[in-house]
Design a protein around this ligand. Structure first.
Ligand code: ZN
Length: 474
């Protein structure tokens, strides 16, 4: 008797075969099968999605990543790359049928070069390990964000992460000299050099930075380091209105010059939420001002930096830009001021689930935006809890919103209000978090049809089968 195999069986046989081939590429330590994949490798921290992938691959080298992609390309198998799983736009958690590819075993710091001020790393290295390795050599890797302990440089690169010191050092994209990536078909693009000046046609590394794993998989990078500042001063100032905040920014940029390393603003609504709901943060000033500005200066001469900083603050005070000021002149005080700023992102732990936004807009629109977004949200939900804060030196605002216990269910209505306003004033629906799945419906609010068409054309030519992080971004 002969049995005709059912077509479905054929399909599952060929997937079975692919899985076996992939396991052979990475060896026993290089994969996890469904039953022992840890929740953190598939649960989306931003939503309810928790889809176990058929296989979690953990390659140990660029060559293994390349072999994996060659096989997946031949089999039309979609792949979801992942770093530390700390992203905020639902990009990394696998979707149905995807294989997850983690860089957790590619965590070598290969080289720190003091003469070219660069560090060569594999993409699974946690951000904090990079910061510490730079510091050991008297250097600074200036990218810094709350998730530093668990996020990886590969994730930072693929989302072009921002953070607190962009005003001085730029986004992740500005901190890269060379890059190595693997294309959808397994081709290795080796741009791993230390040349700061390299005008040889297209800057290919930028295709992989910020494209959220949709054009290629970043495997290694040469990062740009800076001299480690030896002085640090922080002040928190109370300010009456946003016009003064904007003037204060100009004053600090002019007077502190290159020493200005952070200009963070907390709106009164957020300041009060921090005071009430984040017990480990102690607000240093009364909560009656409209804005609180955290200013940081970092330089290389303790004495003259101190003088520069205090002079800038007293000029701002003489010109009526600031009211009360608290100066952090010791490590402990500096830390406690930063804790207040960081606590703005932790308010939800006391309040309950809050929808969070990451947008950017012109400083000149910022005062209007803050008032108008509140007005429009309250028109729908009079008791809404909301707060604004952000990296105002970069035009980047975060908004946290809770309209009640139903906030998560109502997210599309809340999105429509916030992103609708952003579109009206020509801002960006994503400043530093990316698009992922969460914002793709709103991509056209900030990118023209022609721009999106060009993005599609790039995607089609670099990943014709659409197997790299499919459905993310667009
Ligand atoms: Zn931020």
């Amino acid at each position: 008797m002969t049995i005709n195999p059912h077509p479905d069986n054929q399909a599952s046989n060929s997937q079975e075969m692919l899985l076996e081939q992939l396991k052979a590429v990475v060896g026993p330590a290089g994969y996890r099968t469904v039953e022992d994949i840890d929740e953190r490798s598939y649960k989306d921290p931003m939503g309810a999605r928790a889809e176990k992938p058929v296989l979690l691959l953990r390659p140990a080298s660029t060559e293994e990543v390349s072999s994996i992609m060659r096989l997946c390309h031949a089999a039309d198998q979609p792949v979801a790359p992942q770093g530390g799983m700390t992203g905020l736009v639902s990009a990394a958690a696998p979707l149905t049928g995807e294989i997850a590819l983690s860089f957790e075993r590619m965590r070598a710091i290969e080289d720190v070069d003091r003469f070219s001020s660069t560090m060569t790393v594999q993409s699974g290295v946690p951000l904090q390990a990079i910061q510490e390795a730079a510091e050991e050599q008297g250097l600074l890797f200036p990218l810094d964000l709350g998730a530093r302990g668990s996020c990886t440089i590969g994730g930072n690169l693929s989302t072009n992460a921002g953070g607190n010191r962009v005003i001085r050092y730029g986004m992740t994209r500005d901190l890269v000299v060379g890059l190595e990536a693997v294309l959808a078909d397994g081709t290795i693009i080796n741009g791993l050099h230390k040349l700061r000046k390299n005008n040889t046609g297209y800057d290919l590394k930028q295709l992989f930075i910020g494209s959220e794993g949709t054009l290629g998989l970043i495997t290694r990078a040469v990062l740009k380091l800076s001299p480690k500042p030896s002085s640090q001063r922080v002040a928190m100032c109370a300010v009456d209105n946003f016009d003064k905040v904007a003037e204060l920014l100009v004053t600090m940029q002019t007077e502190l010059g290159g020493n200005l390393s952070a200009f963070e603003v907390i709106w009164q609504n957020t300041y009060q939420l921090v005071d009430r709901h984040v017990p480990h943060a102690t607000v240093p000033l009364p909560d009656s001002s409209a804005f609180y500005v955290l200013i940081e200066s970092m330089g290389s001469d303790e004495e003259s930096d101190q003088e520069l900083f205090l002079n800038a603050l007293s000029h701002a005070s003489e010109n009526g830009l600031i009211g009360d000021v608290v100066i952090g002149d010791s490590a402990v005080k500096i830390k406690s001021l930063w804790t207040v700023r960081d606590a703005a992102a932790e308010v939800h732990s006391g309040v309950g689930y809050m929808q969070t936004f990451d947008v950017s807009l012109a400083i000149s629109e910022m005062a209007y935006f803050g008032e108008e977004v509140e007005r429009r949200l309250r028109a729908e939900w009079p008791d809404a809890i909301l707060g604004l804060f952000g990296h105002i030196g970069d035009g980047n605002v975060h908004i946290i919103v809770r309209v009640g216990p139903e906030t998560r269910k109502l997210h599309q209505q809340i999105d429509a209000i916030v992103y609708g306003l952003i579109q009206e004033i020509g801002g960006s629906v994503s400043a530093e978090h990316g698009i992922g799945l969460m914002k793709k419906d709103y991509l056209s609010y900030s990118k023209s049809e022609q721009e999106i068409n060009l993005m599609r054309l790039l995607k089609q030519s670099m990943d014709p089968k659409g197997i790299l992080n499919p459905g993310r971004v667009f």
